[in-house]
Design a protein around this ligand. Sequence first.
Ligand code: NAD
Length: 456
Amino acid sequence: MKIHNPATGAVIADVATDGSAAVRAKYQRARAAQGAWAALPIKKRLATIAAFRDRLAAMHEALARTLTEEVGKPIRQARNELTGLAARLDFFLAESQRALRSETVLADVDNKLEERITHEPLGVVANISAWNYPYFVGSNVFVPALVAGNAVLYKPSEYATLTGLHIAQLLHESGVPEDVFVPVIGDGLAGAALLRQPVDGVFFTGSYETGRKIAASAGRRMIKVQLELGGKDPIYVCEDVDVKAAAAAIADGAFYNNGQSCCAVERIYVAAAIHDAFLDAFVDEVRAFRIGDPLDEATYIGPLTRRGQIAVLKRQVADARKLGGRVLTGGHAIDRRGNWFQPTVVADADHRMALMREESFGPVIGIQRVESDDEAVALMNDTPYGLTAGVYTRAEKRAKRILAEIRSGTVYWNCCDRVSPRLPWSGVGHSGIGLTLSTYGIQTFTRPKAWHLRSA
Ligand code: NAD
């Protein structure tokens, strides 16, 4: 499989992929190795993750560079991802023992009865991952899965293969046995081959379309399945905000990582009283973004990772124009080698437009005027997705009232495009099932086992 640099189109590596027989052999190795790994004291497994954290820190700059060359993420944002990863590892290192310890829920001395819960590893799990934040979305799964005693068959996205191989190498150097964390290399065919193995769970991050196939396959087999899928995340800007500050924060939420974040702001609703002022401030922010070579320190917008997304964005912009949308800036692909699209702002957007309904996953945003909180809430909920949603206002009660009515896994007040290791990360509707992060996201890689113990 050839790996392309999305900034130039140049081939930067050629890697061997796993066919069905290789995937089967990898599964068998993982199955054979899992029991001994689970039998280790948890402290030993945690020590490998602590060593992994140190190795990542030692390799920080080289890893950031590979990420930039492979997915086109601007170098400063690549470094941010690695720095954020260290904070997530710290969370798992601090919380896993407590989250996984067994618990006595009844100690009835008179009846000599004890009731206990233990957290058993699932066994061998498949971790099929996305390319947009390969360190984040991968580690949310494989770190707690390993700590809980599972063996992991890890399929990085075909667009983040070199990063996936780095992760495997660093984990192995850190003491995770090669048969306990096993990379499976290739595209969707390798992912499908992995799902034909009798794994005990599948943890998937990616698109709704692929997620449906994964869920169907897991459903037939009665195995645990978690799906972290796409979004169409809305922000509502109330009339009482500092317009310039809100515009700056929301523009960053929409365009960071070139809009290729699962929780990127994908649509904006603005109170009528400040609508025009907000548009002006927002467009000023977007026009000031530095577009260019992602290895350049000053670059904020790099190339799109996948070439095919240019056509999706062109279609959304053309459809919006046809239905009365006003393109205030951008609107076209950039004519240079690689996968480039101008940061684009469409005003007078509405829900007839694909731009306001379908995931863009690129540097294109629609803005719609609203007359009331009720109208904003109705529009925010008018989506099959439900990953994140946010409101900008000075009024705390109003914010909480609005956010309580929003159907999504995460809600934000005066912030956006934010993930915390301490909070569960989940979606409703087409955004997925299950969760990662928080202590729930540690326990999710286990099966709670119920013990009824009556002493003689
Ligand atoms: P994708 O669905 O194209 O691919 C995801 C993974 O699935 C890849 O590793 C791919 O090789 C594999 N795959 C493809 N077909 C398969 C099949 N039939 N069987 C098994 N595996 C298969 O998604 P992507 O382009 O890598 O990621 C972008 C999407 O991911 C966006 O929709 C984004 O919103 C979403 N995402 C969600 C979260 C979240 O936390 N909810 C995080 C990051 C990305």
